[in-house]
Design a protein around this ligand. Structure first.
Ligand code: ADP
Ligand code: ADP
Length: 224
């Protein structure tokens, strides 16, 4: 399972070139996309998730031509955008059952199995009967992971998930991601160097829509 991005360029209507001929290859595991605000991280992630179209370039995930075949991509993608988070007054369990139904899991027993599983993975099982709207920021982010796992995605993209979390919540969130990173391709964007230090084996540092460094965390320590 690998993601191959070639010569990706994106210019917004205001003339800002957010991605500038960007090349990147990402395999299984926790991959850190590190860069300051405005570096182009969200633009890259939205483009991979096919929420916006680049000016030019190509993206392949295994055999899937991402930019040409959005349907196939959507089946294998789990995307947690930066601004995820408007919730009706429903419990985590109710919402996940509802999402699972939307995702086409019709049988109640199958739904319960997968919903319980994602609640356990994200450490939300104990609080499954609480309204998501009453959750802390960190719990909401973990709920965001729970809902994307319902798809059983192969490729997971999380955009700045630790922004605004207190240290304890951040720690809990990173532990959940670490677990998921053992058998998924996870792209994790952040401007926090310690997130990458604690979590990722491989990373890219991007700025100005370009990759400044791509390699292992050990080799990259000098750049961090
Ligand atoms: P496009 O060129 O892809 O059509 P637009 O310029 O129409 O993009 O903007 C799309 C959305 O992004 C709008 O909702 C806009 O408010 C928002 N947006 C505009 N400028 C910025 C910015 N600098 N950073 C983040 N979001 C922005
Ligand atoms: P990051 O996620 O690393 O903070 P972004 O991809 O959000 O970076 O932004 C890259 C550049 O593109 C910034 O200069 C930002 O202001 C601009 N930008 C992002 N989204 C839009 C948009 N929708 N319309 C216009 N400019 C945008």
């Amino acid at each position: 399972m690998s993601l191959k991005i070639k010569q990706l360029t994106k210019t917004y209507s205001n003339g800002v070139k957010a991605l500038d001929n960007l090349d990147l290859e990402i395999g299984v595991g926790m991959f850190g996309l590190l860069g300051p605000n405005g570096a182009g991280k969200s633009s890259l992630m939205r483009t991979i998730a096919t929420l916006q179209t680049p000016d030019s370039g190509s993206i392949f995930f295994d055999e899937i031509n991402v930019l040409e075949d959005q349907m196939s991509l959507r089946k294998v993608l789990g995307y947690l955008p930066q601004e995820f988070g408007v919730y009706p007054n429903l419990t985590a369990e109710e919402l996940l059952h509802y999402f699972a139904q939307l995702k086409g899991i019709p049988n109640r027993i199958d739904r319960k199995k997968i919903v319980d599983e994602v609640l356990h993975i994200t450490n939300l099982y104990e609080v499954r009967r609480k309204n998501v709207s009453s959750y802390s920021g960190g719990m909401k982010q973990r709920f965001g992971i729970a809902q994307l796992l319902l798809n059983n995605p192969k490729l997971i993209i999380v955009d700045e998930p630790t922004a605004g979390l207190d240290p304890a919540e951040r720690h809990r969130f990173l532990n959940v991601l670490r677990e998921i990173g053992t058998n998924h391709t996870v792209i994790f964007s952040t401007h926090i160097v310690d997130d990458v230090r604690e979590l990722c084996h491989e990373l890219a540092i991007i700025n100005g829509g370009k990759v400044l460094y791509r390699g292992s965390k050990q080799d990259g320590e000098a750049s961090l």
